[in-house]
Design a protein around this ligand. Structure first.
Ligand code: AMP
Length: 284
């Protein structure tokens, strides 16, 4: 029995989803017009589907797991299992208004016309804030609605903000943040759960590697303690003697978030010849 995974057929998530599978060592034939493909070296079948349809396919068990934007599941509310955050396709669902608008706070939205492709998410947000507004559902290019006189505001996904900027809109409120997630049907059998576990193990290793760098440096022995305190590593740093007596080489792993801060502190502590190398996989 194979595990069936849905990925977006075309669009923003497609490329990164397939890249992630590739980084997990899973080879999938990615023919443009294909609806389905079998991985050659993992018991995985890939189905290429429309993004908005995927949560329902997962819920109905047509596919076992999927990579989708968290925002899609929040909109569809199918109640499928969220397994893992994947760290790509980061965006947010936001309210934006024309630049010239004097937005005075959320109450400004009361009674206004808001265009969106995310009517359920917008409705929940309005209800939570005790607001009522006219929701105009549009399936694409929501950002042009205010310029065409169809709406006073939009509720849309934003990542860099350049689409809003090009259309003369300003983001005034972030409703929620989103990123790509791995989701699963909640009723998978034991065999499929075991395959999912293997896949999750590989994905975690790939993501951990992306978030960390391997670092090598030289330090005088008398500075070693101070340098090691800055580089806790996975267990503890590797320390190797240099040919020059009184010097050692230290190898360790640094998390991306703390990277520049740690480099600065290492230099101050007396480290020299610092090399930073990307990690391909990291088994955590
Ligand atoms: P699409 O390719 O337009 O069908 O978008 C697919 C998914 O990409 C969305 O559901 C979001 O999860 C994600 N996404 C990331 N950034 C953006 C953005 N700026 N606009 C639209 N979708 C985005």
């Amino acid at each position: 029995m194979n595990l069936k995974i849905a990925v977006q057929k075309s669009g923003r998530l497609n490329e990164d989803s397939l890249k992630l599978l590739k980084e997990c060592g899973i080879s999938v034939d990615n023919g443009k017009e294909q609806l389905m493909a079998q991985a050659s070296n993992f018991r995985l079948e890939v189905l290429y589907l429309r993004n908005a349809d995927i949560p329902q396919y997962v819920k109905d068990g047509v596919v076992d797991i999927a990579i989708i934007g968290d925002n899609t599941e929040r909109e569809k509310k199918t109640g499928i299992r969220r397994v893992l955050d994947l760290g790509f396709s980061r965006c947010r669902l936001s309210i934006a208004v024309p630049k010239a608008t004097e937005f005075t706070g959320l109450f400004w939205l009361q009674g206004k016309r808001i265009a969106t492709s995310y009517p359920n998410s917008l409705k929940d947000f309005l209800t939570e804030n005790g607001l009522e507004a006219e929701i105009h559902e549009i399936s694409g290019s929501v950002e042009i609605a205010p310029n065409m006189g169809l709406a006073d505001a939009v509720c849309d996904l934003v990542s860099s903000g350049s689409t809003l900027f090009k259309n003369g809109l300003t983001e005034v409120f972030r409703i929620f943040e989103s990123e790509a997630v791995l989701v699963a049907n909640p009723g998978l059998n034991g065999e499929k759960l075991a395959l999912l576990e293997q896949l999750v193990f590989r994905i975690r290793s790939v993501l951990a590697a992306k978030n960390n760098n391997y670092i090598l440096l030289n330090t005088p022995v008398e500075k070693l303690e101070q340098v090691c305190r800055l580089l806790p590593g996975m267990r503890s740093p590797t320390v190797m003697p240099l040919r020059d007596t009184g010097w050692v080489s230290v190898h360790s792993v640094v998390h991306e978030d703390r990277f520049w801060e740690v480099i600065g502190q290492l230099k101050e502590a007396g480290a020299e010849g610092i090399l930073v190398i990307p990690i391909e996989k990291m088994i955590v």
